[in-house]
Design a protein around this ligand. Structure first.
Ligand SMILES: Cc1ncc(COP(=O)(O)O)c(C=O)c1O
Length: 347
């Protein structure tokens, strides 16, 4: 793989004491091109501009998918990525739905690992900090024909991040807009899913919420997932979470948490959850905790639900399940305990 190093670094422009989320991209990128039915070997090069013109296919038709994952500074000073094979599988699952050619495993893994090696100084070491990794593929033909592209670019950019939310959040149970429909692309990490959700999210934020809690497209009766995280409820000591379907993104954090919690002997139910059940369980006190689960959000306790113009507060226990899970996951991710699941891929 050809590696061209940046002549100057922007590392000194990063305020590691006050890392936000998603700005301040690292010095280098990985980039591979698909043409004539084949992927090339890819290159690492300084962060820079696209070479394409305004006919760029992805801009017109949204044929683009992406991933979100993290590399963590280990207790022994090394660096490790959390479950990267899962993101590899998912980008290809998303790609299949969006008519994007499969990315070979070597290309994905070698590109990712080599890029982190090159920008290893960008991996932050503060509490709850990580290097966010953003692999993505977009249609890169230049034409305005509404059909699948015959050229693609697979890129990876990275940036050091802190926590997305620092405390408990309130979410709005969405009753107007829809994120995903049966037979659609909701299970894929397709770029347009996010663009299509910004209006509802903006409205929710204007109303004082941090996120939307999406409901099904037919009746807005069943809860599905939040903007960038899956959701779980603890009801009478059972972890209850919406079962996966083609309208929900199968979160890698969700999968990891369900694995841990089951190992702890806690009952897990993956099933339909109605908005009524959720609200009734808050009112009756059966709901002990609610939280979101995702790479960016990690574990985000939910302390209120917005519904039809009112806010229904729900308990957040500092010493509850969300905190226990967060500690256990963090200990694995930062290499503070033995990685008995083989989740960490060391660089
Ligand atoms: C819509 C949506 N749901 C759920 C998740 C959580 O997925 P993961 O745990 O793999 O980050 C994300 C995160 O990217 C997301 O964007």
């Amino acid at each position: 793989m050809k590696i061209t190093r940046s002549k100057t670094s922007r590392l000194d422009q990063v305020d590691f004491e006050n890392l936000g989320f998603g700005a301040g991209l690292s010095d280098h990128v990985f980039r591979a091109e698909y043409k004539d039915g084949q992927w090339d070997d890819g290159v690492i090069e300084p962060y820079g501009h696209l070479r394409q013109g305004l006919g760029l296919h992805a801009l017109h038709y949204g044929q683009a998918v992406f991933e979100g994952q993290k590399a963590y500074k280990q207790a022994d000073g090394g660096i490790a990525v959390f479950r990267p094979e899962r993101n590899f599988d998912r980008i290809n699952l998303s790609g299949e739905r969006m008519c994007i050619p499969t990315i070979p495993k070597d290309l994905f893994m070698n590109g990712l690992m080599e890029l982190i090696r090159v920008d290893r100084d960008w991996v932050p070491s503060g509490k709850n900090q990580a290097l966010y990794l953003r692999p993505f593929t977009f249609a890169s033909a230049e034409w305005v024909i509404a059909k699948a592209s015959d050229q693609y670019t697979f890129g990876i950019v990275t940036c050091p991040v802190g926590e997305l939310y620092s405390g408990a959040i309130k979410v709005k149970i969405e009753q107007e807009f829809t994120r995903a429909t049966q037979g659609g692309v909701g299970f894929a990490k397709a770029a347009g899913n996010y663009g299509g959700s910004f209006l509802a999210t903006r409205k929710a934020i204007e109303e004082g919420f941090s996120q939307v809690l999406w409901t099904d497209h037919k009746e807005h009766k069943f809860i599905e997932e939040a903007g960038t995280m899956n959701v779980a409820l603890i009801i009478n000591d059972v972890l209850v979470t919406p079962k996966l379907s083609d309208t929900i993104l199968a979160g890698i954090t969700r999968d990891s948490i369900l694995t841990l919690v089951r190992e702890w002997g806690i009952e897990v139910q993956e099933r339909d959850i109605t908005v009524d059940e959720l609200l009734d369980s808050v009112k009756s006190g059966d709901l002990q905790e609610a939280f979101g689960m995702g790479t960016a959000a990690v574990i985000s306790p939910i302390n209120g639900f917005g519904y039809q113009g009112t806010v229904i507060d729900c308990p957040f226990k500092e010493d509850g399940m969300a905190t226990r899970i967060k500690t256990a996951l963090s200990d694995i991710r930062y290499g503070r305990v033995e990685d008995s699941h083989g989740w960490m891929h060391r660089i």
